[in-house]
Ligand binder design. Sequence first.
Ligand SMILES: Nc1nc2c(ncn2[C@@H]2O[C@H](COP(=O)(O)OP(=O)(O)OP(=O)(O)O)[C@@H](O)[C@H]2O)c(=O)[nH]1
Ligand SMILES: [Mg+2]
Length: 339
Amino acid sequence: MAVELPPLVEKLLSEALEGKMRAMGRLLTLIEKPGPVAARLVEKLASMARGVQVVGFTGIPGAGKSTLVSRVIGELRRRGYKVAVVAIDPTSPLSQGALMGDRLRMQEHSTDPGVFIRSISTRGLRGGLSLAALALIEAFDALGYDKILIETVGVGQAEVDIMYAAHTIVVVTMPGAGDDIQALKAGVMEIGDIYVVNKSDKPEATKTYEYVNFALEKGEIGRAGGWTPRLLRTSAVMGQGIRDLVDAIEEHWRYVESSGLRWERVYSRRILLMRLIAERLLAESLEEAAARRRDRLLEAARAARGFLEEAVRLAGESCREVSSILGESKADEGDEEGG
Ligand SMILES: Nc1nc2c(ncn2[C@@H]2O[C@H](COP(=O)(O)OP(=O)(O)OP(=O)(O)O)[C@@H](O)[C@H]2O)c(=O)[nH]1
Ligand SMILES: [Mg+2]
């Protein structure tokens, strides 16, 4: 089913597809703003998506994720890939400088036409992946990028969301950051496909490496499934271990493709996207109704119920749709994967 877009937006889209950076920037600004045009644009982009590898970088604050991502961009470029980055700023009062920090750390790529970096904030979103972040993934997937990297701070909802949004999860840790299994198991460390002990230029790194290795061998951490999680040492500042890391990312992608996970993960990120859209619609309708007059609060409550019922119905429908798609793709297994 073709999605109708206003002519100006169509024009921006075709210019972005030709690789015009300004058009790309304006298009991304459009989809980050909530509204009916953005919704249709995201729908259109999603219909064009090619299902490219999405790699999430998560881990404790300050582990060196941004520095590492910048190095990984460089290595992926050397291998001929076009790379897009979504850097998520947690907007805690403490991390006021994070956005600037990310920009600075990845600045070396700012003049490379094969790299597009977008920093966004999660303001007001309880720290999860925002609607804007997921919409950006759909956009980069449609607009010709070969690898999409997302950087999030591995706390709270963001690390749950990243499991649905990324094909490959790189968990970044550093020496001294809770060198015991309990600390490793707490949250973020459990979900990795690839574990990285960054800052390996520091002598304490060996101890951290041994702890993570032990936890992996005991099966205490690592995303469940047919893939054996990898453990690597890097020094992002020294540029060490980067090639091995990118090798592991590529190896994991071959695993994802051969195991039928490629489109499954694309569908699960879309379900998350739909959930966030439903939540936003609900919040907007509540605010609108409440703003009208106090005696309309009853009406707002009724509207909320209506929205919830509709959201539940839609969610049920899309789940059935997705499971039938997944069922079909299971049946197709052995055929060429995804396309
Ligand atoms: N010694 C050493 N320092 C590093 C290394 N990688 C990053 N750093 C430093 O660690 C600090 C944090 O690096 P970032 O790349 O901003 O870390 P981050 O995980 O993105 O931080 P947040 O996004 O704020 O959570 C910076 O001062 C970096 O220069 C490394 O391999 N070795
Ligand atoms: Mg960072």
